[in-house]
Write a protein that binds this ligand. Structure first.
Ligand SMILES: [Zn+2]
Length: 627
């Protein structure tokens, strides 16, 4: 009895210290139970928010080989893309194939999409004192966020809910990370009654609220798996702001701005050629706008500027003058692919994520640029009719899909080599060739990752580019050869609006075979911070600024994030004969760091291991507490 009281006092001391200074006057009354009640309330509110916002959920799953020489290679993969919906519990409304008759490849392998949607919270029922036992373990920092760490267990036994650890930030008492397993979700995630362990993260996003953003899960010894095989998956959530765009309210606040309503032409009837170009441009705008609205296309920003710089450099060194400039945008999904929507060149986030360096990025962009230069059909003009885009998000990807002829792909691949040979990247093409080699090698094993859902196959239809034949052999045991990065290594997505940030430390050289994981799922650690509080993550460096006058790439329009109002009718007309070759712009460095000279470390004092565990709070014994 006395011991129990003592433990509570210690807990109380810990908690009082955890409350921020602004709340200092109230902290003296806070008991552990009251803190846990606040956690319960914040979590209930978060779940209500997620249910209302219906974010996009993407699950990508890899099953690995048993370990050979310390390496587990991904052998089979599955993929789900949908929206988080609520039918008596969290479910995933699949986006890729809404009216499908057959099960997807992932379902045939025994995975259930609803199970992955359910991973976005530790427990969709309440996490409160009525259902849970809790124990405060310690305090620690996650990124820039101070968190209290609790171990929780369902009172009804392991089958009653989530067992594991939760990290609670100490300002608004939101759960920001959870790590464990919930054995009480509606559907299992894998075949029968097997539940996968999850490590889930919430990110404080553009909305100023904590939102589920990323879940890593890993399991061995599942039914149907060989001993030593591992199932790894990552679940990503974003597009929380997009459901609002579907509301009727967009029509309640139409504003006419005097200057922009007028058609930009104003010079009488257009020539047939100019009309045709305008028609294609209108189709392009319709598709881009629809993809943005669905939350599938990232708003243009820092990353797009990097892509545009590379595009610019390809054009400048090849003396290319286009009537209308090309721009790059990013599709937010993981499968590796690229395509054109008119003069907008789209690369998927997953594609950019795994590219080892700038030369391979140039190769990816050069491929789509080649389609433009070769006069291939860049967009289906049926999309110039407004009704063609009045479709649900679920049908969107399939509707805009535009497979190309093998003949066109081969011509583009040949053009790529020509463009790159005259570019600033010509000395570094070995890495681009190596990337193509690893993708070709893995594309049979990982068809869900390396298969276009909308556009072009990464290695083309022929599967054998000249860049590959020029590249050296793949050397799996060579740690200095990095043909492709692990999945999710480069881009950080803001879950609220899909805004992208570049993680420039992505291309760290692996230290061991175990760390060399091209195209494999690895755990990711989001950098947690409160919005508007500090500089961007430490990994991000400033882009080298272009020398004045700014090159064309500096004028990328950032798409406005407001709920769509009436679009300004301002389709710029092609200026016949007015095209100019862009100037070469400074290139941001995306290169691999040089191999570090490895020297044996000097003997040093053992650094303090953080954070120290409060033995008293953990063990609760007299011996532990009396120290
Ligand atoms: Zn192509």
């Amino acid at each position: 009895m006395q011991r129990h009281r003592f433990v509570s006092l210690i807990l109380f001391g810990l908690l009082a210290a955890a409350v921020p200074a602004a709340d200092a006057q109230t902290s003296s009354q806070v008991t552990p139970d009251q803190v846990f009640d606040k956690v319960a309330q914040a979590e209930a509110e978060l779940i209500e928010r997620v249910r209302g916002l219906r974010p996009i959920v993407e699950a990508y799953i890899q099953e690995t080989s048993p370990e050979v020489d310390g390496v587990q290679m991904p052998m089979v993969d599955s993929y789900f893309l949908g929206r988080l919906d609520w039918r008596d519990g969290p479910v995933m409304s699949l986006m890729a194939d809404a009216r499908r008759a057959e099960k997807s490849a992932g379902e045939r392998r025994g995975f259930l999409p609803d199970g992955f949607a359910a991973m976005a919270a530790p427990d969709w029922k309440s996490i409160d004192r009525a259902r849970y036992k809790y124990k405060l373990v310690r305090r620690e920092f996650l990124g820039e966020v101070r968190a209290m760490v609790f171990d929780i267990e369902p009172k009804a036994g392991p089958e009653g809910g989530f067992s594991g650890r939760i990290w609670v930030e100490d300002r608004t008492f939101n759960i920001v990370r959870y790590n464990g397993v919930n054995r009480n979700v509606k559907g299992p995630r894998f075949r029968k009654k097997v539940y996968l362990h999850v490590d889930g993260w919430r990110v404080n996003s553009g909305s100023g609220q904590w939102l589920p953003a990323y879940v890593h899960c890993e399991e061995a010894g599942l039914e149907g798996q060989v001993k030593g095989q591992l199932v790894r998956s990552q679940v990503k959530l974003w597009g929380y702001n997009t459901t609002k765009a579907d509301d009727q309210q967009q029509f309640t606040s139409i504003q006419f701005s005097e200057s922009s309503v007028q058609d930009a032409s104003g010079q009488g009837q257009l020539t047939p050629v100019a009309s045709q170009r305008r028609w294609e441009q209108e189709a392009e705008l319709n598709v881009i706008e629809r993809l943005e609205k669905a939350g599938l296309l990232a708003p243009a920003g820092e990353v797009e500027r990097v892509l545009d710089t590379v595009l610019n450099n390809l054009q400048a060194t090849n003396d290319i003058a286009l009537e209308r400039p090309v721009r790059a945008r990013v599709l937010l999904t993981s499968p590796l692919e690229s395509f054109t929507v008119g003069h907008t060149l789209v690369l998927s986030r997953g594609f950019i994520d795994v590219l080892p360096d700038e030369a391979s990025l140039a190769m990816a962009l050069a491929h789509e640029l080649s389609h433009v230069l070769l006069g291939h059909n860049l967009i289906d003009t049926k999309f110039a009719f407004a009704d063609r885009m009045m479709i649900g998000d679920a049908e969107l990807m399939r509707t805009i899909a535009m497979p190309r002829l093998a003949k066109e792909e081969a011509a583009a691949d040949a053009k790529v080599v020509e463009l790159l040979d005259r570019s600033p990247y010509k000395e570094k093409l070995a890495s681009a060739g190596l990337f193509l080699r690893i993708v070709a090698e893995r594309s049979k094993l990982l068809p869900e990752l390396i298969q276009p859902h909308v556009g072009d196959h990464v290695i083309g239809k022929a599967g054998q580019s000249e860049l590959m034949t020029r590249a050296p052999e793949l050397k799996p045991a060579d740690l200095t050869q990095v043909p492709a990065l692990p999945i999710g290594a480069r881009l950080v997505v803001d879950p609220w609006d899909g805004r992208l940030e570049l993680l420039r430390s992505a291309a760290a050289l692996p230290g061991s075979m175990r760390e060399k994981m091209p195209l494999a799922i690895t755990p990711l650690t989001p950098h947690l911070r409160y919005p508007g509080e500090s500089a961007p993550p430490l990994q991000t460096r400033q882009l080298p600024l272009a020398a004045a006058p700014a090159p064309p790439v500096a004028s990328v329009e950032v798409a406005p994030l407001v709920v769509p109002s009436l679009r300004d009718v301002e389709l710029s007309l092609p200026q016949l004969g007015g095209a100019q070759v862009p100037a070469l712009a400074p290139v941001p460095d995306l290169v691999l760091p040089p191999a570090p000279a490895v020297a044996p470390p000097n003997v040093q004092a053992v650094p303090q291991v953080v954070p120290a565990v409060d033995r008293c709070a953990v063990e609760g014994t007299d011996a532990a507490c009396s120290r």
